[in-house]
Structures are given as structure tokens and as C-alpha cells.
Design a binder for this molecule. Structure first.
Ligand code: ADP
Length: 195
């Protein structure tokens, strides 16, 4: 099994890279953002519950996220592995994820830390706003999401550093180049693991 967390600020390209990684390494891509947006579109109870948090750029409460993720992981009993995108976003979520996986006797192998400068993040999200149709790709909400990332999500780097799992990836390059660097990191990990 290969379980990856893709980590980085909003606008760092996690979704784009996750799709490519999932395809190449045959992993299940679990994006909490996509999942929640889907529920909002459907107008489900969950969608209605999370809408206000998302539109304000705030995090959805941990309990809601953890329950959803648990369901999703259980749906894929025979998966070759997962790529977690947009999760965990808080220390509590990371601890819950470790606990949940350890019950299944699996673990996170690699945490890809995609690094992009703040100015570039804002310009990417403003640039995609027209096409993304995302209610949270608006200037004030974008800044709020970056602030929340710094406050609540950035501390996770230390959490995973302590576990020796962080791999820094320069996310300023073009999509293909970033993907090459990610594949390189995964392939090295796999070759050491198989030895
Ligand atoms: P981005 O990384 O571009 O901010 P996402 O699609 O990952 O976008 O998330 C969009 C929004 O969904 C977040 O701002 C937050 O409100 C909510 N969300 C997604 N994942 C989580 C999570 N793990 N915990 C809490 N809220 C989340």
C-alpha cells in the first residue's frame, strides 16, 4: 500500500497534482474540498451544514470532516492506497487519521509539502475565479483561507516532520515539472521500501 498526504496552502496545486498522482500510481484520490463542494451542489443536509463555513473561508468542524473521511476510506477496502488532498488540515484531524489508519494496520507513507509564495497563490486563485465557479475564490475569502492555513494547518508540518515524513516540493514551477519532482520523491521512497 502507498498512502500519501498532499499538503500545501490554498492555490498551491494540490488538486491538480493529486489527480496526476492518483492516475500514475493507481491510488484513490480523496479530496475533502471536492467532496464538500459536491454535497453543496446536491443540496444535501451535509452540504447545507458546511456551506457557511466554506463561503467564509473557514474550516468545517473536525467531527464533520472526520466522519465523512471515515466513510470514504471504508468504501475502498481493496484500494492500493490513498492520496489525501485537503485533509488533514488541523492537528486533531491528523491524529484522528493516524488512529483510523492504525486500526486498519496501515499508515501514511509520505507527506508532500507543496511550497508556493503567497503572492503567487493569490494570483492563481484570482485567475481561476472566473472558471472555477467556487464561492470561495473571492479576494477577501482567499486572504482569509491563507490566514486560516497559516494558523491552523501550517503547524502540521512540524507534526509530520517529527514522524520523518515530510518531503518539500517546490510548487512554483510549471505543472509538469512539479509532477516530475513528486514522482521522483515517490519512486525513491518505494525503492527504499522494497529493498
Ligand atoms: P483549497 O485548498 O484551495 O482551500 P479545498 O477544496 O481543499 O481548497 O477546500 C475548500 C474549503 O473546504 C476549505 O476552505 C474549508 O472550508 C473546507 N474544507 C476542506 N477540507 C477541509 C478539512 N479537512 N477540514 C475542514 N474544512 C475543510
Amino acid at each position: 500500500m502507498l498512502n500519501i498526504v498532499i499538503f500545501g496552502p490554498p492555490g498551491s496545486g494540490k488538486g491538480t497534482q493529486s489527480e496526476k498522482i492518483a492516475e500514475k500510481y493507481r491510488l484513490i484520490h480523496l479530496s475533502t474540498g471536492d467532496l464538500l463542494r459536491e454535497e453543496m451542489k446536491k443540496g444535501s443536509d451535509l452540504g447545507i451544514k458546511v456551506k457557511n463555513y466554506i463561503n467564509k473561508g473557514e474550516l468545517v468542524p473536525d467531527e464533520i470532516i472526520i466522519e465523512e473521511l471515515h466513510l470514504k476510506v471504508s468504501e475502498h477496502k481493496n484500494a492500493k492506497g490513498f492520496i489525501f488532498d485537503g485533509f488533514p488540515r488541523t492537528i486533531v484531524q491528523a491524529e484522528m487519521l493516524d488512529e483510523m489508519l492504525s486500526k486498519k494496520d496501515i499508515k501514511i507513507d509520505i507527506v508532500l509539502n507543496i511550497q508556493v509564495e503567497e503572492e503567487e497563490l493569490v494570483s492563481r486563485m484570482m485567475g481561476r475565479a472566473k472558471d472555477s465557479n467556487r464561492s470561495d475564490d473571492k479576494e477577501d475569502v482567499i486572504y482569509k483561507r491563507i490566514d486560516i492555513y497559516k494558523e491552523q494547518t501550517f503547524p502540521l508540518i512540524k507534526y509530520y516532520k517529527n514522524q520523518g515524513k515530510i518531503v518539500n516540493i517546490d510548487g512554483m514551477a510549471e505543472i509538469g515539472k512539479v509532477f516530475e519532482k513528486i514522482c521522483h520523491a515517490i519512486d525513491i521512497y518505494n525503492s527504499v521500501k522494497d529493498r
